[in-house]
Design a binder for this molecule. Structure first.
Ligand SMILES: NC(=O)c1ccc[n+]([C@@H]2O[C@H](COP(=O)([O-])OP(=O)(O)OC[C@H]3O[C@@H](n4cnc5c(N)ncnc54)[C@H](OP(=O)(O)O)[C@@H]3O)[C@@H](O)[C@H]2O)c1
Length: 264
């Protein structure tokens, strides 16, 4: 299976995993709609697609502006028709302790990572149902499986995605619409640099964990492989992914390792 004649919409495509997914889907013949807030960066990604750039449409949007997003989705569907694959990827991380994090930061992270993905999905679902096919790919995180220091709102937003989209997986079972959850570990992107801190500013720091992490290109290749196999869950990364299995099967070992892990 490849993605020829398939229409894919990727959020958070201006950088990191979303950018790498754009190149991977375009390479496999898909027509790709790319979104994020920074239009200039989206145009750069489109330009990097070379002779396949005509297959890429830039649609800037802010995941926290859910009304604006709904209108853009309606416009795109009216122009192009139904979307086959939605990759809910856009998001922000966090670097702050619970006791110093104001509620507005918790809300900002939830609004972007959770409600943004939910709103995008709800905007696209009716046309997928009408069309009789769709595949929703949700970029969660290992922190969708367990908590991690300095990531309280981030881990909460990713846990919320797991509950919401597992429910959707069951609800869509008889509608030929698939849901795949992706749980990356450490991937070498700007996620820690862009992470929000207690005062709302960017952390500006590349974490050692991220720097040593898997390349976004390899991560994207593994996502495509899992999507082609219609996997319900794809866990990607290095040895940190073992924590998921330790938590499930050897909880005391999970607690020991997670307690001693560096938050940055
Ligand atoms: N890298 C990792 O180690 C890792 C691990 C687990 C999960 N993840 C998840 O992977 C996804 C992609 O992150 P990344 O690692 O590729 O980080 P990244 O390089 O910082 O990319 C994040 C993307 O999200 C977009 N974004 C952020 N806020 C947005 C908003 N309000 N509206 C629209 N787009 C927004 C950014 O674009 P603009 O700034 O242009 O809007 C950017 O394209 C995230 O959901 C993240 O939680 C990453």
């Amino acid at each position: 299976m490849d993605f020829h004649h398939k229409r894919v919409w990727i959020t958070g495509a201006s950088s990191g995993i979303g950018e790498a997914l754009t190149y991977a889907f375009v390479e496999e013949g898909a027509e790709v709609i790319i979104s994020a807030r920074r239009e200039g960066e989206l145009e750069r990604v489109k330009g990097n697609c070379g002779d396949k750039a005509s297959k890429v449409t830039v649609v800037p949007l802010d995941l926290t502006d859910q009304e604006g997003m709904k209108q853009k989705v309606s416009q795109v569907i009216a122009e192009k028709g139904s979307i086959d694959y939605l990759v809910n990827n856009g998001g922000i991380s966090q670097r702050s302790w619970v006791w110093e994090t104001p509620m507005e930061i918790d809300r900002k992270v939830m609004e972007t990572n959770f409600f943004g993905q939910v709103a995008m999905t709800k905007a696209l679902l009716p046309s997928m149902i009408e069309h009789g096919f769709g595949h929703i790919i949700v970029i969660s995180s290992l922190t969708g499986k367990f908590g991690f220091p300095m990531r309280s709102a981030y881990a909460a937003s990713k846990h919320a995605l797991e509950g919401f989209f597992e429910t959707l997986y069951f609800e869509l079972a008889d509608k030929n619409i698939r849901v795949t959850m992706v749980n990356p570990g450490f991937i070498r992107t700007q996620i820690s640099v862009n992470a929000v801190t207690k005062d709302g500013s960017r952390s500006g720091q590349m974490d050692a964990n991220q720097e040593k992490g898997m390349s976004p290109e390899l991560c994207a290749a593994k996502i495509l492989k899992g999507v082609k196999k219609n996997k319900k869950e794809i866990i990607i990364g290095g040895k940190e992914t073992m924590l998921v299995y330790f938590k499930r099967f050897i909880p005391p070992l999970f607690l020991k390792l997670a307690r001693s892990a560096s938050p940055t």
